[in-house]
Design a binder for this molecule. Structure first.
Ligand SMILES: Cc1ncc(C[n+]2csc(CCOP(=O)(O)OP(=O)(O)O)c2C)c(N)n1
Ligand code: SF4
Ligand SMILES: [Mg+2]
Length: 351
């Protein structure tokens, strides 16, 4: 239960990060989700990623909407800022928080229902504004919290637990994000921590909107034969296109990568993501070819995963809006507020 504090027992030999913290310091309350829910594995990957990046817990802000997925911020980095918002409205609350304090690590966790139905407009506008946030969609093809109705990401022909087939075409968050102009677009699977953890690290380090669509099976309502978001289906149709290795600024790239197969991308703080092609020609910077690759493989029933599209040329929200570097929340109110006389003067000029 999330209100029961986990006993914090730390083995004296537990590895510590640069801040001297152990992985236990990045955990949260006890999960109330169903045993085996994919969302708990995503939580585990976030815990590991934040621990390895040595993020100071009090410098992280975690936001969510409504759904089983949106409950998960309660289960990681307990000493961070948290805001469980209204269904589909996480992006606007995150935008406000980010505008006021640009100096935090922002992570948003949402569901396919939360982001692709009621929150689709907010999702698109957060991308359009290039909000600096890692936005994770825990995608299970259903509204888990309200007992398993098809969501907008359910594939055509996939069946519900009682057998009814979905007859509406899906909205793919990855292709939507690429179309809307997101600079960092990835897809992964809750059952593949090796792939997911570096993607989360790279997404947290990316300056701008980073989305990871994580196929995260709902064991209670959508893990049966006929589902295209089950553990078995995802494992069978998993198609990695591009691996991402995250390399922190303090470490140099040691592994040997063949030219044309690997592509190192330097992030704003000097860390790097090394993108490794798994097979054939795949250019993660060519929007049109990525889009057609995704469409072709989706139509063949495959789930393309990895770091799928990257564009580091985009200006982030604060740069576009020319907001001062110093977080607005740290500026004294008197400095920010021009005062009554100045406001009266401004109003007069507008009459
Ligand atoms: C304004 C509003 N409309 C509808 C609901 C009911 N509701 C709660 S969660 C949810 C869908 C959650 O689905 P998803 O985002 O996919 O999360 P999951 O539970 O599958 O992780 C809905 C429709 C609500 N809470 N608020
Ligand atoms: S209902 Fe589904 S999504 Fe919700 S906690 Fe249970 S398994 Fe997870
Ligand atoms: Mg869902």
């Amino acid at each position: 239960m999330s209100y029961i504090t986990k006993p914090k027992i730390v083995h004296p030999q537990s590895p510590r990060n640069e801040l001297g913290l152990t992985v236990r310091d990045y955990e949260g309350g006890m999960s109330t989700l169903c045993a085996g829910c994919g969302h708990d594995s995503v939580t585990g990957a976030i815990v590991q990623a934040a621990f390895e990046l040595s993020i100071p817990p009090h410098r992280m802000a975690k936001l969510s909407g409504i759904g089983c997925s949106s409950k998960t911020p309660a289960y990681f980095v307990r000493q961070s800022h948290g805001f469980n918002t209204v269904h589909g409205r996480m992006p606007s609350v995150a935008t406000g928080a980010n505008a006021a304090n640009s100096d935090l690590w922002y992570i948003g966790v949402s569901g396919d229902g939360d982001s692709l139905s009621i929150g689709l407009g907010q999702f698109c506008h957060a991308i359009r504004r290039n909000l600096n946030i890692l936005y994770i969609i825990e995608n299970n093809g259903v509204y888990g919290l309200t007992k398993g109705q098809f969501s907008a990401s359910a594939d055509l022909g996939s069946t519900a637990k009682k057998g009814a087939a979905n007859n509406q075409p899906p909205i793919d968050p990855v292709r939507t994000a690429i179309t809307m102009g997101a600079g960092f677009v990835a897809r992964s699977f809750s059952g593949d921590k090796d792939q997911l953890v570096p993607l989360i690290q790279a997404g947290l380090k990316h300056r701008g909107f980073a989305i990871i669509d994580v196929i995260s099976p709902c064991v209670t309502f959508n893990d049966h034969e006929g589902s295209t978001k089950s553990y078995e289906y995802t494992r069978q149709h998993f198609h990695p296109a591009l691996h991402a290795d995250y390399v922190p600024p303090s470490k140099e790239i040691k592994a040997q990568y063949d030219e044309g197969v690997a592509m190192p991308v330097t992030l704003h703080d000097g860390s790097q993501i090394v993108l490794r092609k798994v097979s054939g020609e795949y250019d993660p910077t060519d929007r049109a070819s990525v889009y057609s690759y995704l469409e072709k493989h989706h139509d063949a029933g495959e789930i393309v995963t990895g770091m799928l599209f990257y564009n580091d040329k985009l200006k982030e929200l604060h740069d576009v809006s020319e907001i001062v570097d110093r977080p607005l929340s740290s500026i004294e109110y008197e400095t920010l507020c021009p005062g009554n006389a100045a406001l009266q003067e401004l109003q007069k000029s507008l009459r």
